[in-house]
Each structure stands twice: as structure tokens, then as C-alpha cells.
Design a protein around this ligand. Structure first.
Ligand SMILES: *[C@@H]1O[C@H](CO)[C@@H](O)[C@H](O)[C@H]1NC(C)=O
Length: 412
């Protein structure tokens, strides 16, 4: 499915990389020219695996003769070099694996998706499926170096936990470090680190605040007021892994740089309901509150998962999609996108009208889920975004347009 981003949104990836590098100029040192990334091959991969606490490998296509693709390749390599430089004092190795020249190694290591970064930590392989920029990758790797379970032992830490409403998170109450159930919880946490946050407490007061009994684990879906208690305590590692796996797709989730591709791959039978809302903007904030209300009312509907994109976090993606979909995405919008052909339909929100109510939004979502509103046949209640007669041409046009933009970006 990453292919979609490369085919329908072919230049987005490169644009993001450019932007990320430009932004990094502020916080990141510039590349000092020292080569730290290992060219992984049949002879050196075992040694590399042994030598570091963590090994971070980019699995990539063979180097192409196409100049654009070569540039993209260099850019990607630079992201890895920069990350390696910034994390020099950590015990992390960085390497590149060529899908053609090193196909044997790739097979042995279980690398499958070209363009993905795989991290080897202890016996585990973690796929990084996020925006390939040095800052996002560095943050991801630093999170992976942390303990899989963060302990909460006082009111201050509990308040910080309460404020993490955008995160899928779990918290359990255990007797202490040596408790076998705490160890099972830790083992389970490693399966989801760093995407899903695991917290633990040994403190009676904290447990009381959270109404947790001994060995009980609560699961918090993003933006929900109340957690769900995982039934059948005490839990084995497998119990927790199974529960989280079954419940991990939230009703409303925020698109994050660290797993944007993974989120996109997790579509609902070929579509995504996408909402744009800028949290810092009053209208965006209000729309987000309505979205949360709808999500809370429909949390038990397994067919519903809304992806919220804050244009502040993804200005380039938003601009790109605006061009593609011909909708003003810097104001509150909600629409359906077909992940295969990027065709879309947006809920009509004229400028001079109020935002839709939670009820109106729910009705629209119901129509989307029942197929009444879809990207294939556009009815009168919705704005048809792409012209019906030349959808395909549209997409081609945008590609061309973007090639030009990209040239400018690269030259600057
Ligand atoms: C998405 O688009 C493809 C190609 O146009 C089409 O075959 C498919 O039915 C669409 N999916 C949905 C859910 O509308």
C-alpha cells in the first residue's frame, strides 16, 4: 500500500524529505560528512547484528538510472546518516540493504517492504512505517531505547498521563517489579513499543485514583473519556497482546509522522474517512470537539475509524491534497478517500454556514458506511470533487504539476 503514496502521490515523499531537512537545519547539526551508515551484505550482517544494541536497516530498491530516483535515494541515505550522527553516543548501528544485490540477506532478516526501515532489537524486529525524516526517525529510535513500561508513582505523573488523550495507552496496577504479572505486562508492551504506550504503577494512591484493582489493566482508546478494563485478570502476555491487537484501531486517531504509512495501510475496506481540523484554530478546535463527540458515541462500531489530520503537522501533505482534491483543507473538512485511486467525496460545508452538528455528522458517516455516500457515484448532497469525466487525467495533471514543484524545492 505504500505504493499508493509513491504512485498516486509520487512526489510527496520527496517533498516531505526536503521539508524535513530544511526544518532540521534549525535543530539538527548539518551532516559532518563522516560515513556512518554500513552497506550491509552477506558477509557483515551477522557481525552488525551482534555488535549493536539496536540495528536500524533501510531496505531499499536497487539504485536506478533515473535521476529523480537517484536524488531520492541520496536524500534517504542522508536521513540515515544524519540520524546516525545525532545518535552517535548511543549503541545503534545503521545500514542499507539493497533489495536486489542483498536479496539473500533480506530474506534471512525477513525484510519485505522496500522503502521501510527495520529495527532489530534483542530478538524483535520493529518496522518503522513513518515519515522518513531524521527527526522523526531519531525520536522513534529514542523511544525504542526507553523501558517498554513507564512507571507512574505520583499525582504529577498521573496528570501527565491524563493529558495524553491522543495516544492509545494502557495502564496496569501491580505489586512490584518482581510480580510475574508485571513481567507479562512488560513483555506484552515490547510487542507494541513505541506505537502504543504502556504504563504501570505500584502505588496504591495512583491505583485508587484510576480505580484499578491489583493486577488489573485498563485500555485507553484515544479521545475516549473512559477506559475499558481488560477482562479476566490476571493476564498473561498473550492475553494482553490479543486484546490490544483486537482493539488497536481507534474510532478517531490523529495522523502522526511516526506511523503515517501504517495508518494509511489500515483502511476500512478500501476507504478512509479523513477529517482536517487545525487544533489551534477556533473553527478547527470546535470541529474537533464535534468529531470527538461522534467518536465517543460510536466507539463500539468496529467499522468506523476516522483519521484526523492537523494541517499544522502536515502542511505539505495538506497543500498537496488540496490540489489533488480541490478542497480547502486548511478549514474544517471531512471526506471519504478511496485509497486505491485517491478519488474523494467531501461533506458539503459552505463558508457562511455553521459547522455540522454531531447528529448531522453521524448521519453522513452512516451514509458513508452503508455505501450511500461513496466516491464512485456522486449524489447531490455532496460536493463532487474530481470531475467525473476525466478523473484519471486529473491525477496525471497533478503528477506533472508536482514534478515542477519538486524541482524548485530541490534547487532551493
Ligand atoms: C476504489 O477505486 C477502485 C478503482 O477505481 C474501485 O475499483 C473500488 O471499487 C473503489 N473502492 C471503493 C470502496 O469505492
Amino acid at each position: 500500500m505504500k505504493a499508493l503514496w509513491f504512485s498516486v502521490l509520487p512526489c510527496l515523499f520527496l517533498l516531505l524529505a526536503c521539508l524535513a531537512l530544511a526544518e532540521e537545519g534549525l535543530e539538527f547539526p548539518s551532516f559532518d560528512g563522516k560515513d556512518r551508515v554500513i552497506d550491509i551484505n552477506d558477509r557483515n550482517y551477522k557481525k552488525a547484528l551482534k555488535r549493536y544494541d539496536m540495528l536500524c536497516l533501510l531496505y531499499h530498491e536497487p539504485l536506478s538510472s533515473n535521476k529523480e530516483l537517484q536524488k531520492q535515494y541520496q536524500m534517504t541515505e542522508l536521513v540515515l546518516e544524519l540520524a546516525a550522527q545525532v545518535l552517535e553516543d548511543k549503541d545503534i548501528g545503521f545500514g542499507m540493504v539493497d533489495s536486489q544485490d542483498d536479496s539473500k540477506v533480506a530474506k534471512k532478516l525477513g525484510l519485505e517492504e522496500e522503502g521501510s526501515v527495520y529495527i532489530f532489537k534483542n530478538e524483535r524486529v520493529i518496522e518503522f512505517d513513518g515519515e522518513l525524516s531524521a527527526d522523526t526517525l531519531v525520536e522513534f529510535l529514542l523511544d525504542l531505547l526507553e523501558d517498554p513500561v513507564e512507571l507512574i508513582s505520583n499525582a504529577l505523573e498521573l496528570r501527565a498521563f491524563d493529558r495524553m488523550e491522543e495516544e492509545t495507552r494502557l495502564i496496569g496496577y501491580f505489586k512490584g517489579e518482581d510480580s510475574e504479572y508485571f513481567r507479562a505486562f512488560q513483555e506484552a508492551a515490547e510487542h507494541f513499543q513505541p506505537y502504543i504506550k504502556f504504563f504501570g504503577t505500584f502505588d496504591k494512591g495512583v491505583a485508587k485514583e484510576l480505580t484499578l484493582k491489583m493486577n488489573e489493566v485498563d485500555f485507553y482508546e484515544p479521545f475516549m473519556d473512559e477506559p475499558v478494563t481488560i477482562p479476566g485478570k490476571p493476564h498473561s502476555e498473550e492475553d494482553i497482546v490479543e486484546f490490544v491487537t483486537a482493539h488497536r484501531r481507534p474510532t478517531l486517531r490523529k495522523l502522526r509522522a511516526e506511523d503515517m504509512f501504517e495508518t494509511w495501510e489500515d483502511d476500512m475496506e478500501g476507504i478512509h474517512i479523513v477529517a482536517f481540523a487545525e487544533e489551534e484554530d477556533p473553527d478547527g478546535f470546535e470541529f474537533l470537539e464535534i468529531l470527538k463527540e461522534v467518536a465517543r458515541d460510536n466507539t463500539n462500531n468496529p467499522d468506523l475509524s476516522i483519521v484526523w489530520i492537523d494541517p499544522d503537522d502536515f502542511p505539505l501533505l495538506t497543500t498537496y491534497w488540496e490540489k489533488t482534491f480541490k478542497v480547502d483543507l486548511f478549514k474544517p473538512q471531512i471526506g471519504v478517500v478511496n485509497v486505491t485511486d485517491a478519488d474523494s467525496v467531501w461533506l458539503s460545508m459552505p463558508d457562511d454556514e455553521d459547522l455540522p452538528s454531531a447528529e448531522e455528522l453521524e448521519d453522513w458517516i452512516e451514509d458513508v458506511l452503508s455505501g450511500k455516500v461513496n466516491t464512485e457515484d456522486d449524489d447531490e448532497d455532496v460536493i463532487a470533487v474530481a470531475d467525473d469525466d476525466d478523473d484519471d487525467d486529473d491525477i496525471d495533471d497533478f503528477d506533472d504539476e508536482d514534478d515542477e514543484d519538486e524541482e524548485e524545492d530541490v534547487d532551493n
